[in-house]
Structure formats: C-alpha cells, structure tokens
Ligand binder design. Structure first.
Ligand SMILES: *Cc1c(COP(=O)(O)O)cnc(C)c1O
Length: 398
C-alpha cells in the first residue's frame, strides 16, 4: 500500500519517519547539529551540509506537513509569522497589492500594515466571507488573496473554492491560514488554495510548548517574475530560497515537538470538537449569553459552507455576555479549569477577553471586536468539568 492511499492518522505517524538507518530508532532523532562531515568536497551524505539550509529533523517535519496538507512542498519556520513573512517576500514584490480579511489575525494585519506596506506592498481589507465583495476589490496589481477560515475571534467562514476562483481569475495566489481548522478538519489545497500557512504554535504543536510556523505550497505553483529575476517563477523554489536566505528556520527540537504534535492531531481534534459541541450546547441555553459564535451551529451565517469544507467544526468558540464588558472581563478571571491566557489550540482549555488581550491592538480599526466578547480555546479535559466551571462563573456573574 502506498502512503497516498493511507488514512490521515497512518500518514501522520509514518510519512517522513522511516526508522533511523544507523540505529533503527523508531522516532525521528533530534539532530541537534549545525554542520555535516563531507566525504571529499561536495560529497554530502544525504544532501546535508549546514542546518540553516537543511536539517534531518526539520526535513522530517516538512515532509510530513506537505503530505498532510496535500501539497508538494513543506517548510518549517521559527514562528507562524516568520513563515508568513517568507511567503510574502517569496511571492510578492514592491508595487504588488494584497487583499486581507476584515478579521485577520492581529499579527497578520500588523505584518501587512507595518512591515509589508512600508516595503511597497499595498493592501485592502475585504470581508472574505463575501466572494463578490472580494472580486470587486481586486485591482490590476492584486497578486495575493490572504484568507483565514475559521477566523479569530468571530469564527467567520470563507468559501475557499469560491475564493480560489476569484483569486485565479485575477492572476493572484490564494493563501489560506489553516491554523484554526488544522489539516485534519480542512484541506485548503484540495479546495483550490495555492499556499497554506500555519502557526504550529497552536493545534499542530498542540501542547502550548513550542512556537513554530509551517508553510505548504501546492504542486506546480508558478508566479510571474520580471526578466533577470535571480530565483525564477517556481513558487516552492522561491520559498526554499527565501527560507534559507532570510533564515527564520525551525530548530531541530522545535521541529521534533511539532512533528510529535502532528502524530496525535486526529485524536486531539476529535476530542476538541466533541468538547466544543458540549460547551456550545451549554452556552446557547444560558440566559446570560447573548450570542454564541461557532461554525457548527445551524444558525451560523455560513454554516453550510463550513459543513462542506470542514469535516467537523473545531475547538474554538466565542460568545457575548448579555451584561456587557465588565462582566465579560470578570468571567474570564473567575474560571478555574479554564486558564486565562492568550494563544489557543493546546490540550488545556484557555479563556480570554479579545478586546483587551489578543485584539487590543486593533481597537479603533476595521478589525475591532465586541467588548462583551469572550473567546474559548476548548481543550481536551472532561467536558462535564469544563461546562461546570463555566456554569459556576456565568451563574454568579452574568
Ligand atoms: C497565532 C497565529 C498566527 C501567528 O503565529 P505565531 O506562531 O504566533 O507567529 C497566525 N495566524 C493565526 C490564525 C494564529 O492564530
């Protein structure tokens, strides 16, 4: 049986992870090494010469994520944003225009606004849930459409296939940040995306113990480059060139942690989804809650699109507290099992107040979020305990 015919979990546990040829070690070793002995000048063993360019532990992770996302080439970075920066520098040049989502991850917005724009890349903010609005915002210089789905923290859903058509009709590349869904629940390349990015810090790593980024490029992606470009039109070659030339690579131990995280992604995501569904049931029935945001709810405006492109609806849930901002802030401080913290996607449940925490930097912009909003990253504890903890806080305060 070929790897390609195997299921997600079989591939997650085996692709890129042949037992070590010298020792038979079953788990990919942490090659904590910077340089490699050459058998005569240029006589590389296995193609390794210096660990910025390539390292066996990182290669194992890169091979695995490319497979799990259904792409041809994977790249591992020191953070999600390092990977995103590499995608921008590899596939865009000054004078190009990008479309980014209204509720983009705050760090993504800051990167386009404060780093890429001064470099000469203009952007417009578009509601990516509305493909017609995206089409109307395309300019002759638009070279990239950047999409997150589900979005943070309002769990908006964008139609990846429809947006792939819009992007490709415009001669632009569709990049999907697949951090929230993970490749287990959603595979953007199969839906028409050209590039997938991840903050591996979140579900891919899954244990709140590593900061990392992943990028996957689909097979055969090329971009138009000016005459005399030193790297050429092949997108994966360009990302590899920039990864090595800029150097924000994932180190061996971080690569190993993310690879280990991906091995259990399927079982973790099933449990995250099971628990999120129970939390959503509780919240929708609670008198103190005015709105629950979850793509699995039939009342979610794009539930049908989510059901088409995701196998389940994920572990992120947001809700608004009827009594307003002060009570929302208090609820975040009054849970015991839910830890008050930024970030998401780990096995432990987290609670936070986006307006004052993760999204404080977008106050007063088009990306501002409601002040009475609470965001939950539902972990894999016992669902009854998670619900009981929310219940004691909401019953008392809301
Ligand atoms: C966290 C996050 C990022 C940034 O990743 P880092 O690993 O923190 O650099 C990008 N996109 C989304 C959706 C995220 O949640």
């Amino acid at each position: 049986m070929t790897d390609a015919a195997r299921g997600f979990s079989s591939r997650a546990l085996h692709v890129g992870q042949e037992p070590d040829p010298t020792t038979g070690a079953v788990v990919t070793p942490i090659y904590q090494v910077s340089t490699y002995k050459q058998d005569g000048i240029g006589g590389l063993r296995g193609g390794y010469e210096y660990s910025r360019s390539a390292n066996p532990t990182r290669t194992a992770l890169e091979t695995l994520i490319a497979d799990l996302e259904g792409g041809a080439h994977g790249f591992a970075f020191s953070s999600g944003l390092a990977g995103q920066d590499c995608v921008v520098r590899s596939l865009l040049r000054p004078g190009d225009h990008v479309l980014i989502p209204t509720d983009a991850y705050g760090g993504t917005f800051r990167m386009f606004d404060k780093v890429a724009r001064p470099w000469g890349i203009d952007y417009d903010i578009v509601p990516v849930a509305d493909a017609d609005a995206v089409r109307a915002a395309v300019r002759p210089t638009t070279r990239m459409l950047w999409v997150e789905t589900p979005t943070n923290p309002l769990l908006g859903i964008a139609d990846i296939s429809a947006l792939a058509e819009v992007a490709h009709a415009a001669g632009a590349v569709l990049v999907v940040d697949n951090t929230f869904a993970s490749p287990y629940l959603q595979q953007p390349i199969a839906l028409g995306a050209d590039v997938v990015t991840h903050s591996a810090t979140k579900y891919a790593g899954g244990h709140s113990d590593v900061v990392g980024g992943l990028v996957v490029v689909r097979d055969g992606l090329t971009i138009t480059v000016p005459d005399g470009d030193p790297v050429g039109p092949d997108a994966a070659t360009r990302v590899a060139f920039h990864q090595n030339s800029i150097g924000a690579i994932a180190g061996p131990f971080d690569s190993w942690l993310v690879q280990r995280g991906l091995k259990t992604l399927a079982v973790r995501m099933e449990r995250h989804c099971d628990n999120a569904e129970q939390v959503v049931d509780f919240l929708t029935a609670h008198h103190g809650v005015s709105h629950v945001y979850y793509p699995g709810l039939a009342t979610h405006p794009n539930h049908e699109i989510a059901a088409r492109q995701m196998s389940r609806f994920g572990g992120m849930v947001s809700f608004r507290v009827r009594a307003g901002e002060d009570v929302a802030v208090k609820v975040c401080a009054e849970t015991q099992l839910w830890t008050l913290a930024e970030s998401l996607g780990g096995v432990e449940s987290l609670i936070e107040h986006p307006a004052r925490m993760t999204h404080a930097s977008v106050a007063g912009t088009e990306l501002e979020v409601p002040a009475d909003l609470i965001r939950l990253s539902v972990g894999i504890e016992d669902a009854d305990d998670l619900v009981a903890d929310l219940e004691q806080a909401l019953d008392r305060l809301a």
